[in-house]
Design a protein around this ligand. Structure first.
Ligand SMILES: Nc1ncnc2c1ncn2[C@@H]1O[C@H](COP(=O)(O)OP(=O)(O)O)[C@@H](O)[C@H]1O
Ligand SMILES: [Mg+2]
Length: 280
């Protein structure tokens, strides 16, 4: 694990518009690849011939009907599952197990946080397990709390925080790992609409500022289009790629203007049937 000196986060600043600078096809720009990945569990084909290259700093959203294999894709990339055939490659090496370079934000924030540790203590856990000296932790924790808007809540326990705050805390704990790749599995599915919108904007900002590559799973098509540089639509039975679309909407995205952009509705229409489980 890499930690920079002092209290500044290692994250390099960059314009969020950089996401739309032309990408070269150089393999150095590819941070994650699924190569013809096939997965069977208990004799059942779960994922069929799935291939995808994810570029560095890209924000890729995955949508598809329930049971189509979205979480399975994430678990394969996190090294929690092995493909039956094919390969998942991260930074040029096959994924063989979990890595601190890949962090996961789960939908169920209540289960992801330690209830007996304060917000600061939960973030500290990631730093402790990475071996960060005690003297350096408090500045880092303060910076992370600030990044997710929880500066005033470091001494509270998870049960004393709202759902949105708990999810912010889980995100901060993942960022403490300084992951190159952030995996998010329907992270806002349990939150009310207003909280969800503000967290969408925060995650977009954090990803843009930090240069983290994000694989974001959602069953909400609007959320996928709002956040993604590309959207991967999966079909079910067996799980497989249905469509892959670029989302050339202006950044930074805006909760009013983005949805009113001329291109938005065409993208929405082209993916709508796939998300409903209509395989035609
Ligand atoms: N450990 C497992 N053993 C057998 N089947 C599983 C296992 N985990 C998931 N599945 C099956 O794989 C399919 C894809 O699951 P999942 O990736 O969780 O779907 P999604 O996240 O898109 O809802 C589902 O049909 C599910 O029942
Ligand atoms: Mg799932």
């Amino acid at each position: 694990m890499r930690f920079s000196a002092g209290n500044s986060l290692r994250f390099t600043s960059r314009s969020s518009y950089a996401r739309h600078s032309p990408m070269t096809s150089s393999s150095a720009d590819i941070v994650v690849s699924f190569h013809q990945v096939q997965l069977s569990l208990g004799g059942r084909l779960i994922l069929q011939d799935f291939s995808l290259d994810i570029r560095r700093r890209e924000f890729v959203c995955v949508i598809g009907p329930s049971g189509c294999g979205k979480t399975t894709l994430l678990r394969l990339l996190a090294g929690l599952l092995k493909p039956t055939s094919g390969q998942v490659v991260h930074e040029g090496r096959p994924v063989t197990g979990p890595s601190p370079d890949v962090a996961i934000v789960f939908q169920d924030y209540a289960k992801a946080l330690l209830p007996w540790r304060t917000a600061a203590g939960n973030i500290s856990l990631a730093l402790e397990s990475a071996g960060m000296p005690k003297g350096e932790r408090s500045d880092r924790i303060a910076a992370l709390l600030q990044k997710v808007g929880l500066s005033q809540h470091g001494n509270r326990y998870p049960a004393q925080l709202s759902g949105g705050m708990q999810q912010r805390l889980q995100i901060a704990r993942c960022l403490a790992q300084e992951p190159a790749v952030l995996l998010m599995d329907e992270p806002f599915g349990a939150l009310d609409a207003m909280t969800r919108q503000s967290l969408q904007d925060e995650v977009a900002r954090i990803a843009a500022d930090s240069g983290t590559t994000v694989l974001f799973i959602t069953h909400d098509l609007d959320e996928a289009l709002y956040l993604g540089d590309r959207v991967v639509a999966l079909k079910a039975d067996p799980g497989r790629l249905a469509r892959l679309v670029d989302v050339p909407l202006a950044r930074p995205r805006d909760q009013l203007a983005t949805y009113e952009e001329p291109g938005f509705h065409g993208l929405r229409r082209s993916l709508f049937g796939l998300v409903q489980g209509n395989h035609s």
